[in-house]
Design a binder for this molecule. Structure first.
Ligand code: ZN
Length: 51
């Protein structure tokens, strides 16, 4: 399984369970803390496509 954001393979069981790598998870959290103005961020769009 690969990370949907950066397309790198997920190595840890935690990352696989979450479906996202730790680095991209942090990016995702940051993007949530800073909501884009009327537009989805790249990360959010990627996650929506995966779901
Ligand atoms: Zn990633």
């Amino acid at each position: 399984m690969n990370c949907p954001v950066c397309n790198r393979p997920l190595k840890s069981k935690k990352s696989i369970a979450k479906g996202i790598g730790p680095v991209c998870e942090k990016k995702l959290e940051q993007s949530k803390n800073e909501p884009p103005e009327g537009q989805l961020s790249f990360v959010e769009e990627t996650v929506l496509v995966i779901k």
